[in-house]
Design a protein around this ligand. Structure first.
Ligand code: C2E
Ligand code: CA
Ligand code: CA
Ligand code: CA
Length: 274
């Protein structure tokens, strides 16, 4: 038994070394991508549920690898957060939005684009002067840029609140993203100066599969209404989910039922088709 155990232990330690090397090289590649500005943005339409019209989009970043393939953000945003790279990525996303959709935003003041912030962004607020400059230079109204931040950014409630306040004073709307996946409670939300709440896809998924009484969605909706927040549901895939969300007075929705994320030219065409 002993030799087997020893062999296993040696095998495991080699595995650990191999895994950490792999991670290191992924990190090295990510750093290089930040320097090379190797990120592209796709836009997922945001639908007003009452009018069924597209009113904007969420900007979703992708990493363009040297072979041309696109890597989804779930696979590199956590690594970027961990190694202090998120603010540089946010800068590139903001610049892409302004460059690709500036003309659209100037010509249609009712359209808005939501940008995702990392935890460091909402802690430091360093993105704000960068965004100010981009918007001033391109003549886009701050009201047309919404910001999404997850609970991870709100660990330090007082610094997050102050950054959110600064953003809102400029005219940006601020949403709490992926609501319900962390530790947020009603009490916690009350302390934050927010405009909107996004219901995470995992909660929307169960609508139509589980009985609604066993779902947390009605509670999230009533909580948001109590606080006067606009409500946006993400990951809407079925008509049954849409019917339920509309009946509950949810304001906005995103999901494959309407459209997947797409490059800027396709999004502009999608919006103009009406
Ligand atoms: P999220 O903000 O919750 O974004 C929604 C994700 O759900 C997107 O994945 C979107 O493509 C996907 N999705 C939307 N509708 C559906 C649907 O009906 N069905 C299914 N199966 N999926 C749907 P994506 O683009 O892979 O983004 C993953 C996450 O990465 C985002 O989650 C967001 O937290 C993060 N992320 C994306 N872009 C950025 C960024 O520029 N900065 C930061 N800090 N985070 C970002
Ligand atoms: Ca988001
Ligand atoms: Ca989300
Ligand atoms: Ca989500």
């Amino acid at each position: 038994l002993l030799p087997v155990g020893a062999a296993l232990a040696i095998g495991m330690s080699w595995l650990a070394v191999w895994l950490s090397r792999r991670q290191l090289s992924e990190l090295a590649q990510l750093r290089r991508a930040v320097q090379a500005r190797a990120f592209v943005v796709e836009y997922q339409p945001l639908i007003d549920l009452a009018s069924r019209c597209c009113v904007g989009a969420e900007a979703l970043v992708r990493w363009r690898r040297s072979d041309g393939s696109l890597t989804r953000p779930d696979l590199f945003i956590p690594l970027a957060e961990e190694h202090g790279l998120i603010q540089a990525i946010t800068d590139q996303v903001m610049a892409a939005v302004v460059a690709e959709l500036g003309e659209l935003l100037r010509s249609d003041p009712n359209v808005h684009i939501a940008i995702n912030l990392g935890a460091d962004d909402i802690r430091s607020g360093r993105f704000l002067p960068v965004l100010d400059r981009l918007l001033q230079d391109s003549g886009i109204a701050p009201q047309q840029v919404w910001l999404e931040a997850t609970e991870r950014g709100f660990v330090d409630v007082s610094s997050a609140s102050s950054v959110i306040e600064q953003a809102r004073r400029r005219g940006h709307k601020v949403a709490i993203d992926d609501f319900g996946t962390g530790f947020s409670s009603l009490q916690y939300l009350q302390g934050l100066p927010l405009d909107a709440l996004k219901i995470d896809k995992s909660f929307v998924d169960v609508l139509g599969r589980e009985t609604v009484t066993s779902s947390v969605v009605p509670h999230i909706i009533s909580m948001a209404k109590t606080l006067g927040l606009a409500i946006i549901a993400e990951g809407v895939e079925t008509q049954a989910q849409l019917d339920y969300l509309r009946a509950q007075g949810v304001d906005g929705g995103q999901g494959w039922l309407f459209a997947k994320a797409m490059p800027a030219p396709q999004f502009i065409a999608y919006l103009r088709r009406g």
